[in-house]
Design a protein around this ligand. Structure first.
Ligand SMILES: Nc1ncnc2c1ncn2[C@@H]1O[C@H](COP(=O)(O)OP(=O)(O)OP(=O)(O)O)[C@@H](O)[C@H]1O
Ligand SMILES: [Mg+2]
Length: 247
């Protein structure tokens, strides 16, 4: 079996490539920046440095949010020709909390009470009607960046004033009483292959490792595993980390 990793060559991509070399007879690493999609003819093609991409049994596509349109396009062209761990739409979901929220809601995955506003001035009206504490989020943040907690209207109002400078949509969510912990389930296909409990640092509510959280290996019960798999499927990801908050 022949596989390719298409990535930007980050440290984690190199780990993925090392793992792929162990599982496939032949594995190649291609730079995403060398790819383009030719939409000119009847059949769209993916090109590498101007030449058609070879045939692979599996292609693992990976890149940052700046590349999501090209990742989505490449996956759309290749999805019927080769096995892809991620459906085209998974790239859009992966970088957008808003789209993800809608997809999960449509699949009946329980989510905290959430409001969305097109811009900070619309969010102002929401702040007057929600009950506190709340969490305010930018749709595109990750690693805990762009996630802000407010215990009262006055603190929410000052956070919103700061957010106004960026004029982006704002997500306002009920803050769940988690004691700063969450569960991260690693889903591959229809199985949870590992899980960790993340605990936020003292005086911090975000459990992300990048925000100082500590992760310890844990076992999930059957129902939580089932929920994690259902969530991964809702966003079209066959390899996926699902964060679960228990309140
Ligand atoms: N509604 C909430 N109630 C309590 N804690 C929350 C809530 N939303 C987020 N958190 C905490 O903040 C952390 C970061 O939030 P979230 O997962 O939404 O953003 P992110 O990790 O930056 O982005 P993404 O997971 O989309 O990459 C969560 O892991 C959790 O610890
Ligand atoms: Mg998260």
């Amino acid at each position: 079996m022949k596989a390719a990793l298409i990535s930007l060559g980050s440290v984690s991509s190199n780990w993925t490539y090392e793992a792929m070399k162990k599982y496939f007879e032949d594995a190649e690493h291609i730079n995403l920046k060398d790819l383009e999609v030719d939409l000119g003819g009847k059949k769209p093609k993916v090109l590498v440095n101007g030449k058609p991409l070879e045939k692979y049994d599996c292609i693992y596509l990976k890149g940052s949010f700046r590349y999501l349109q090209i990742l989505n396009s490449i996956a759309s062209v290749l999805q019927n020709e080769t096995y892809l761990p991620f459906a085209p739409q998974a790239f859009l979901f992966g970088h957008d909390k808003l789209l993800t929220h809608l997809a999960l809601q449509q699949h009946n995955i329980p989510m905290p009470e959430t409001y969305i506003s097109a811009n900070p001035s619309g969010a102002q009206k929401l702040l007057e009607k929600v009950s506190y504490p709340i969490v305010m989020k930018f749709p595109s943040g990750t690693q805990g960046k762009g996630v802000m907690f407010a215990d009262s209207y006055s603190s929410a109002k000052s956070i919103l004033d700061a957010m106004s400078a960026l004029n982006q949509p704002v997500i306002i969510q009920k803050s769940l009483e988690t004691g700063g912990t969450d569960m991260r389930a690693l889903v591959v296909g229809d199985k949870v292959i590992a899980a960790m409990k993340r605990q936020a640092e003292e005086a911090e509510k975000r459990a992300n490792i990048h925000a100082g959280g500590k992760g310890t290996k844990t076992e999930l019960d059957f129902k939580t595993k089932e929920l994690a798999v259902k969530t991964a499927q809702a966003v079209g990801a066959n390899i996926c980390a699902v964060d679960i908050l228990k309140s």
